[in-house]
Design a protein around this ligand. Structure first.
Ligand SMILES: [Zn+2]
Length: 696
């Protein structure tokens, strides 16, 4: 894309989505918002670049690739293709799609690191944290004794050498910056949250790892690779030129759109990295990067007013909804139902209600009503033949209503108040409907007309005909403006309405004027062949069809819902963390059949020993009646190995075997947890039970 020097530039980004899973409605929401802003800004005359992409490094990808039995590079290439294909299919293709494995990104991360290091903000140190050996990952914010929030297993204290970024040095510069730029963090509630977080003091940040293999190498410091945020955040810069960003002219970004769970990384870490790099660039007398102008955090979708758990693994895929109701229905619902920035509820019921109520009965019905009358009474030709001073009050009142709302609708778009914009546009749609019902163009011929309706200099015989023509012309103009204003949110339907009204140029290229003006449709314009814009659907049937499609598993590359190597539930999804949305009808309870799938038996411990280099793990040999199983259990802090021999325990026998610290574990021993640190307490029996007997 070549830069256009005559147009102002606007750069916005979605998160760089994490590729250990497939895109769902949560990611789609963020990308829809970005696309809506992009379309709106283009209508305002900006040259816009919207970036999305894929975050392809880290241990979760490493593991998902292993599970899929392919090299990481191949795995991420497939995932990136799946994401890109979905965005294409949904009409949300970005202008720049950046992959964190792209060479220009690798180069940019290494460049930024050198700048930060040369400015004196990077040092080598040791990172000690709680590590989950099953997930091969540090559990940030866990204390010794905590269990892993992802898999529930006990964590271990592990120390490794890391590079640290001196985040602590940026407390004051960041607070000053927030103070000077009150618009930087949106909405207000997030801004307050971030300010008090920074006021509470900043700890230096570990930005490299040696326990991870799949990542961007730290130049000259292998086996160090960059860790999550230094890598992922920099992608926003890589996408528009990296070290050569000045040539493209899109940096600094105007808006980073993020989910509220990742606001801290964007509003604290990212500006600090950039401030550090700028200090070095200033010293080198090179152009500075500057900070992004705004970070906008949106809320989560909730089910029945409860926060969803990422570990549920049951997510809503966008394509089934789009296949049944169309992309505009999903876009409209997500942006209309919830005030941007707040949490919202997601349900198929509300989605279809919005579709039928606002789209089918609202805009869709108005369009077909107006177009059908133009076809019927005007033979499909639009004729505006009255001067404004001759128009009856009804026409002028409707025009005034549009003119008055125009500015507020635009201001709402500017402030990311999509819900408000749509509410106002739909009021205008209702007003236009009422206008038709009141003026009754279909009944004009049978009425005694008021004096104001007498056309200037026209023969009396044609007067009623020309009044009908003019009423319909003004109704068509109202519909045209409704289409223009709703275009950023529902581009497909409004382009079609635009075309039906006889426009040849695409609506996407329409430039919003400062004030709304009338008489833009040329008299004599012929309308297109009428088609339904939003056909009404039967709610129960539509939901049934969407849910049926949700059930169909798809192959990777064929769309969402797809092979989710990362349905590994509950992993923190670093840069892309928009929440998963389970279907509205998630069954909360399991059936007896589900329960009987779990094979639990009474076992007796025959031997126990500590697992080397693991302070919590015991390797147990457990007799379960017909065999002796090797099971690794995280109970060493509470139970001494010798004292366990002969003890009867409850064993889940039909779990997939897995390795813990290289030791195979073939089953699981049930335990409760007690005390503030969640110490394990083995489950057992008060009466004697024979070894091998099944629990039911
Ligand atoms: Zn874990």
């Amino acid at each position: 894309m070549s830069a256009n020097p005559t147009k102002p530039k606007f750069y916005l980004t979605t998160p760089i989505y994490y590729t250990n899973g497939s895109p769902h409605v949560g990611h789609t929401y963020t990308t829809i918002v970005a696309d809506t802003v992009r379309r709106y800004k283009r209508m305002c005359g900006y040259e816009v670049v919207m970036t999305t992409g894929t975050d392809e490094h880290g241990v979760n990808v490493e593991r998902a690739a292993k599970k899929a039995g392919i090299p990481e590079s191949e795995f991420v290439a497939r995932m990136a293709e799946e994401w890109r294909a979905l965005w294409d299919k949904l009409g949300l293709a970005a202008d720049e799609f950046i992959r964190t494995t792209d060479l220009e990104h690798v180069r940019t991360v290494q460049w930024l690191f050198r700048l930060c290091r040369d400015a004196g903000y990077v040092y080598k140190g040791h990172y000690t944290g709680q590590y989950c050996i099953f997930d091969n990952a540090f559990v940030t914010e866990a204390k010794p004794g905590d269990s892993c929030p992802d898999c529930g297993r006990p964590t271990e204290t592990v120390t490794e050498e890391n590079y640290f970024f001196k985040l602590s040095a940026f407390q004051k510069p960041l607070l000053d910056f927030y103070n000077q730029h009150p618009e930087f963090i949106q909405p207000e509630s997030r801004r307050n949250e971030i300010i008090s977080f920074v006021q509470g003091g900043l700890k230096d940040l570990s930005i490299t790892r040696t326990t991870i293999r799949w990542g961007i190498p730290v130049p000259g410091e292998e086996p160090h690779v960059f860790y999550v945020w230094f890598d992922a955040l920099t992608a926003y810069l890589s996408a528009v030129g990296g070290p050569e960003h000045a040539q493209r002219g899109f940096w600094p970004a105007d808006v980073h759109l993020v989910g509220k769970d990742i606001i801290r990384f964007h509003a604290v870490y990212w500006p600090a990295f950039l401030m550090a790099a700028d200090e070095e660039l200033r010293r080198l007398k090179l152009p500075e990067l500057g900070l992004p102008k705004q970070i906008w955090a949106h809320g989560w979708f909730l089910i029945d007013a409860a926060k969803m758990s990422k570990s549920k693994g049951n997510v809503v895929a966008p394509l089934p909804i789009v296949n049944v109701l169309g992309m505009d229905a999903l876009r409209y619902y997500l942006l209309r139902e919830t005030v941007f920035g707040q949490d919202g509820n997601f349900s198929y019921d509300a989605l279809v209600t919005r579709y039928n109520g606002d789209l089918a009965n609202g805009l869709g019905n108005l369009a077909s009503r107006i177009l059908s009358m133009i076809q019927q009474y005007q033979d499909g030709v639009l004729v505006g033949n009255l001067s404004p001073s001759d128009e009856p009050p009804g026409v002028q009142a409707l025009a005034l209503r549009f003119e008055q709302s125009y500015r507020e609708i635009r201001e709402s778009y500017e402030g990311f108040g999509f819900s408000r914009s749509l509410e106002l546009i739909w009021r205008l749609i209702a007003s236009t409907d009422l206008f038709l019902t009141t003026e009754k163009p279909w009944a004009l011929g049978r009425q005694n007309l008021p004096a104001a309706w007498q056309p200037i200099g026209a023969p009396a015989s044609g007067s009623e005909q020309s009044k009908v023509a003019h009423l319909l012309y003004r109704a068509a103009e109202a519909l045209r403006w409704a289409a223009v204003l709703a275009y950023p949110v529902i581009p497909d339907a409004t382009e079609r309405i635009w075309g039906l009204l006889g426009e040849h140029e695409r609506l996407a290229n329409f430039r919003l004027p400062d004030d709304l003006t009338w008489n833009q449709i040329k008299s004599g314009t012929r309308i297109g062949k009428i088609e339904p814009i939003f056909p009404r659907v039967d709610k129960a049937e539509a939901i049934e069809r969407i849910e049926a499609m949700e059930q169909v598993p798809q192959k990777p590359g064929e769309g969402p819902a797809a092979a989710t190597p990362a349905a590994t539930p509950g992993q923190a999804a670093p840069a892309g963390a928009t929440p998963a949305i389970p279907p509205a009808t998630t069954p909360a309870k399991i059936t007896i059949d589900d329960f009987t799938k779990v094979d639990m038996r009474v076992g007796q411990i025959e031997s126990a020993e500590k697992v080397p280099n693991a302070d919590k793990l015991l390797k147990l040999m457990v007799n379960i009646g017909d065999e002796v199983r090797q099971i690794v259990a995280g109970i060493a802090t509470v139970y001494e190995a010798e004292k366990l021999v002969g003890r009867k325990v409850i064993v889940v026998t039909n779990l997939q075997p897995r390795k813990l610290r290289g030791v195979e574990s073939n089953g699981m021993i049930l335990a409760g947890s007690s005390g503030p640190d969640g110490s394990p307490v083995l489950a057992g029996f008060l009466e004697d039970v024979p070894v091998g007997s099944r629990l039911k």
